[in-house]
Design a binder for this molecule. Structure first.
Ligand code: SF4
Ligand code: SF4
Length: 185
């Protein structure tokens, strides 16, 4: 299994100061579903409390989130609480800063496997991060993705991650189903 999702991931921290697996104090890591958690528990043997945290959000915030991100529709049906990966010392507990993610690709949360692709409310696919076109600006912004910065088009971004429109669609469909199941309790 490849620890980095794209060759750019191995160069990302040096070029941009940090990666998408290293949240700033005001940021949170990927939202996870109970299906994600079950796969990680089965692989690592860790209890969920060692790698997740829960955060309460307002009812309005939960509704806005589901309206904006269609792959998460139904996630908050049980209540306005989201579960995210846990960060320690500024990084996801599964990040090895030299080798990348220590989880095999098929065990990583779907949100991590999908990043930086996401589905918009109108059903189109786009990127969750902007492209700044200048590494110094991207670094200062703090939310950039090196693979996106180095790409000229969506096709380039897909190629950088070794994936296709179809594979991204399939992962999105899996996330949508698992988010609905998460909310059903
Ligand atoms: S921000 Fe982009 S290039 Fe950097 S580690 Fe994440 S996916 Fe890879
Ligand atoms: S599970 Fe892996 S890919 Fe996802 S945030 Fe953690 S280190 Fe990054």
């Amino acid at each position: 299994m490849k620890p980095f999702q794209s060759p750019a991931c191995a160069r990302c921290a040096k070029a941009l100061g940090k990666t998408c697996c290293e949240p700033s104090p005001h940021e949170h890591l990927a939202m996870v579903t109970r299906a994600d958690i079950a796969r990680i528990v089965a692989h690592t043997g860790l209890p969920a409390r060692r790698f997740t945290q829960e955060e309460g959000v307002s009812e309005a915030g939960a509704a806005d989130f589901e309206a904006r991100w269609p792959l998460y529709r139904g996630y908050f049906r049980r209540g306005p609480v989201r579960t995210t990966l846990l960060a320690r010392a500024g990084a996801c507990v599964f990040l090895d800063r030299t080798r990348g993610c220590t989880l095999p690709m098929d065990v990583r949360p779907i949100a991590c496997r999908l990043y930086p692709f996401d589905k918009w409310a109108d059903g189109s696919w786009s990127l969750t991060v902007g492209r700044y076109g200048d590494l110094a600006v991207a670094r200062a912004e703090g939310t950039a993705c090196l693979a996106v910065e180095e790409a000229e088009s969506m096709e380039d971004v897909l190629a950088a991650f070794g994936t296709t429109h179809e594979a991204v669609e399939a992962l999105g469909a899996q996330l949508a189903e698992e988010a609905r199941s998460h909310g059903r309790g």
